[in-house]
Design a protein around this ligand. Structure first.
Ligand code: EPZ
Length: 440
């Protein structure tokens, strides 16, 4: 976003330093909703998806589906998608370039249409984000895939359907696992994906596809087996809760010494985050309704974090947890092993009084007694979330710019924060006046 446009962008103003309280509702998972929407391309009928979060990225995915000939209708958190009239095999650059996750639809499109043309998704703030694992897997299933002029051209050579194959992923890539599961769902024969990603969103995708008649086994383990079927039928499915949004609110509660209820969330999807919250001295309980209660402990003690593929500590929680670690007694080492450039929030946290040094992919965080509010700018989605956590804990006012990043992944964040007692408002940077709730 250009400097002039960023200057006009609204600002999130937080006056921090007081505890939060009550309960906050967790929305449907962004990283599941996006891939489930992509998977509707596989369906020969109409699908209904419930608990879909109202996010900029979700709207963009809907536009990509419409560009392929699908009909979409959004009623609150319910999306109705009619995939019967899929009639284009090419997704437009201007849409895919804004939402790299739309690339995951290439497997489904290829399986349905026999060909697919997708712009190569660019890198982003956190890394180069290559897609060779997606491409190699499709080639193993009998697709001709070439990249020319920034466009990925894929077609099924000589056969009417993709062919089942045994695929080994050099890295348990979430997107590659999802792309290949969707492609294999309509292939001829059986596909095995080894060293597959095990994230809960993979399980949600398998459950959704199986609800449409697919035959996917082993999702959530490192070996996923897909027996191809000729076509998939309509279904009505509810998206899993967002484990990263839930984790973000839990970390915000910890940083503000709050007693907070967060949910619903699948407890197994947040084990690593809960383990680390307990490691620094907090108490967490899960109730029967899948709400998690976090309560203050005696003192916040430093702990080390290393991001890893699931079930390891999630990279999408690294920035938020680092904001919390800035207030923990002692020295914490935060190692980011998943993305090569995901420590850009360090400079902004240091501007708020944190004491963090970075060497390669390791940040050494020395705890400080308090943070001080300051004007800061989000460099990417989860860096923005980290600045919200820091702003809630800091003394004084924090003004966060770069809200277009935050709005991609957090639904109605200021309404949710106000609902638990935070002093937060979204103001129009030029007019310096408060915008009505939900305005953007
Ligand atoms: C998904 O991205 C998520 N996005 C990311 O969430 C998340 O951080 C990531 O998984 C890891 O959990 C969505 O689900 C829409 P990867 P994805 O393929 O699939 C390398 C957020 O904040 N790689 O598992 O793109 C890649 O460069 C976002 O919500 C290859 O080298 O992640 C990275 O270093 C950010 N070649 C690592 O694997 C490939 O072909 C993990 O990437 C594919 C990936």
């Amino acid at each position: 976003m250009s400097a002039s446009r960023e200057a006009e962008e609204p600002i999130l103003e937080i006056v921090g330093g007081q505890p939060l309280s009550g309960r906050v509702s967790v929305s449907g998972a962004k990283n599941s909703a996006l891939v489930l929407l992509a998977a509707t391309v596989l369906c020969s009928g109409e699908c209904r998806l419930r608990n879909v979060p109202s996010l900029v990225d979700v709207v963009r995915m809907g536009q990509v589906l419409e560009s392929l000939g699908l009909k979409t209708r959004c009623l609150g958190d319910v999306w109705e998608i009619d995939a019967r009239h899929l009639n284009r095999a090419e997704a437009p650059y201007e849409l895919v370039s804004q939402l790299r996750a739309s690339f995951f639809a290439i497997g489904a499109l290829l399986a349905r249409m026999g060909e697919a043309r997708f712009p190569l998704p660019g890198g982003c703030a956190i890394g180069a984000r290559p897609v060779e694992l997606h491409v190699r897997g499709l080639q193993a299933m009998g697709a001709d895939v070439r990249i020319d002029g920034g466009i990925v051209f894929a077609s099924i050579r000589g056969k009417s359907r993709l062919q089942g194959a045994r695929i080994y992923l050099d890295y348990p890539s979430v997107g590659a696992t999802e792309t290949l599961m969707m492609a294999a769902a309509l292939a001829e024969g059986e596909t095995t994906i080894e060293n597959a990603a095990r994230e809960p969103e993979i399980v949600d995708l398998a459950n959704f596809c199986n609800a449409m008649g697919a035959k996917i086994r082993g999702a959530g383990t490192d070996t996923v087996t897909i027996e191809g079927v000729p076509q998939l039928h309509s279904t009505d499915y509810s998206v899993m809760p967002d484990r990263i949004e839930a984790g973000t609110f839990l970390v915000a509660a910890a940083a503000t010494q709050s007693d907070l209820l967060v949910g619903p969330v699948l407890p197994d999807s947040v084990v690593a985050t809960l383990a680390k919250l307990e490691a620094i001295g907090l108490r967490t309980d899960v109730d029967a309704g899948n709400y998690i209660r976090v309560r203050p402990g005696a003192a916040l003690m430093a702990t080390d974090i290393e991001t890893l593929p699931f079930p390891g500590f999630p990279t999408d929680m690294q920035a938020q947890f680092m904001a919390l670690l800035t207030l923990c007694e002692g020295s914490s080492a935060v190692t980011e092993t998943v993305f090569e450039n995901r420590l850009r929030h360090v400079a902004e946290l240091n501007r708020m009084g944190a004491n963090i040094r970075v060497k390669d992919r390791v940040a050494i965080v020395k705890g400080v007694p308090f943070l001080s509010g300051a004007p800061v700018t989000a460099s990417d989605l989860r860096a923005g979330a980290a600045l919200v956590v820091a702003g809630l804990a800091a003394r004084g006012k924090t003004s966060i710019r770069g809200l277009h990043h935050l709005d991609r992944g957090y639904e109605n964040i200021e309404a949710k924060l106000r609902g638990i007692g935070a002093n937060v408002q979204r103001i129009n940077s030029s007019a310096e006046t408060a915008l009505p709730l939900g305005a953007s």
